[in-house]
Unconditional design. Sequence first.
Length: 217
Amino acid sequence: MQPTSLDHVALWVADRDSIADFTTEHLGMHVIERTERFTLVGSDARRGKLTLFAAEGPRERGALARIGLRVSDLEAARSALPEGSPEVFEIGEGLELTLVERDTDTEYDLDHVAVYSRNPTRAAHEWLMYGFSPTDDPHRVEVGGAFLELVQGDPGEPERPLLNHLGVLVEAAAPAQQMGVEVADVVDAANTFAVFVWGPDRVKLEYVEHKASFSLR
């Protein structure tokens, strides 16, 4: 499998409307889709997004350390945040974000996701088997110009984790069922076909394929 981009981060949250409001007011995003089960937010439906699944609270941090969003002008982006926001800021329910200044075609695209691992070096090596690419940092792997960072820590086994899954875009998702890794689910939806697998440290990964009917904006 060769993912082409880090498509989305899916989260379980108790108050998705409040979190969605923060992203639309301060992070240049808009609500792409809202259903009874989830709210999808992002600045571009074909780039990095956040999927907010409705769930019972309170949520526990679990494996997720933080999410980094990419901006071309950090000073301007930070000026849109609430006054006094720290470098790593919380937008609700323990969900922590940070802004990273890099050249980007899409403002507020996903720059990186940091997850806790008991053995970051080993986990980074294991993620290569899932289609991620190595970097100069032994605790960081790359996918389509975005990064997965492995942070020393115990992800635990929370009953109500914040992180649902990471989603990577692929040309065809069906081959993921033949990778020899544990398949968690297969979902054939209106706009996408997806195969969910269990990655290192029990982080769930979705290989998602956009169908020709894909029309979200």
